[in-house]
Design a protein around this ligand. Structure first.
Ligand SMILES: Cc1cc2nc3c(=O)[nH]c(=O)nc-3n(C[C@H](O)[C@H](O)[C@H](O)COP(=O)(O)OP(=O)(O)OC[C@H]3O[C@@H](n4cnc5c(N)ncnc54)[C@H](O)[C@@H]3O)c2cc1C
Ligand code: FES
Length: 278
């Protein structure tokens, strides 16, 4: 896992510019945000920014774009409207300011995927950070076997469906599911774990990545163990309440680990002494 260096301050919020806002679903919007010219924007999939607005505070938001060039000056956030800050961010339009610190956290070590097959398992808004990893690996085009399993409650809640044909063109096998039958849906019905038994994988060379609501993790991990995957081959991204992002306030602490610094991405093997993590 790796931490990319940037010269955006970890302490002092930087005024970034909202370049574009697109609606993803009833509850989520996609924000394309730019940093001033001259700043180095560097991040790994799985990392997050603390993003905020004066008078509303700040909160962690995962980066959903992929950092593919050192010249990049824009990144994307996929934000669900759940409270004061996210509602205020949803009211922003192109040209408005968004204040950012970061990026923070330990993301995915993309080099660790070399020569590996990967099984990406996402639930709901977990597709926001997962998309960053998928886009990064798709761009690298290593020709490994990549399978995406993605589930949401309803078809309308599945994020980035319009991009998935492009992922399929890059060789990704994309399997979608929704929780309950729906008149507009002829695909798989059931939680994401219902799709795991049908995936053919080589446990010796497969890495599985899980990002989704807390309830999902235990069941997905059980299914992956039945497939022969060990704790070194299972990566999870954890969500905890955060305030500073800097390993100071302790809001995100699980046992002795600060999720804002040592996470949010962990190997399952790293969580063996932290049963409260999952
Ligand atoms: C590492 C990380 C990455 C994240 N990435 C994204 C992202 O990409 N997109 C996105 O929309 N959100 C993301 N979140 C969640 C986001 O930071 C919170 O929802 C944030 O609190 C929203 O602020 P708010 O003021 O709008 O809502 P708040 O007023 O803070 O909260 C609204 C509701 O959500 C509950 N809540 C808030 N935070 C949490 C939490 N961590 N766990 C459980 N319940 C909580 C509150 O109790 C309340 O009911 C991420 C969180 C973490 C820790
Ligand atoms: S958010 Fe403050 S220590 Fe992690």
């Amino acid at each position: 896992m790796q931490e990319q260096k940037t010269n955006i301050s970890a302490y002092l919020p930087l005024r970034a510019r909202v370049e574009k806002v697109s609606r993803l679903t009833d509850r989520e919007k996609l924000f394309t945000v730019s940093v001033p010219t001259g700043l180095k924007l560097r991040y790994s999939p799985g990392q997050f920014f603390m993003a905020g607005l004066p008078g509303y505070g700040e909160a962690p938001f995962s980066i959903t774009s992929a950092c593919l060039s050192p010249e990049d000056t824009t990144f994307e956030l996929g934000i669900r409207e759940v409270g004061n800050l996210s509602a205020a961010i949803h009211r922003l339009v192109s040209g408005d300011s968004l204040w950012i610190r970061g990026p923070f956290g330990r993301g995915f070590d993309v080099s660790g995927f070399a020569g590996k097959d990967a099984l990406f398992i996402a639930g709901g808004i977990g597709m926001v950070p997962m998309r960053s990893l998928i886009k990064t690996l798709a761009w690298q085009g290593a020709g490994n076997k990549y399978t995406v399993i993605y589930g949401a409650k309803t078809p309308e809640e599945l994020l980035f469906r319009d991009e998935m044909e492009g992922w399929r063109d890059k060789g990704f096998d994309v399997k979608l599911t929704i929780d309950k039958p729906h008149p507009d849906w002829s695909g798989n019905v059931g939680v994401v774990t219902t799709l795991i038994p049908g995936v053919r994988l080589d446990p010796e060379k497969t890495v599985a990545i899980i990002i989704g609501p807390p309830i999902m993790y235990k069941f997905v991990i059980m299914s992956l163990k039945e497939k022969g995957l060990g704790p070194e081959a299972i990566l999870v991204s954890l969500e905890r309440r955060m305030k500073c992002g800097l390993g100071k306030c302790g809001h995100c602490q699980i046992h002795s680990s600060y999720v804002c610094q040592e996470g949010p991405v962990y190997k399952l093997s790293e969580l063996k002494d932290m049963p409260e993590a999952l």
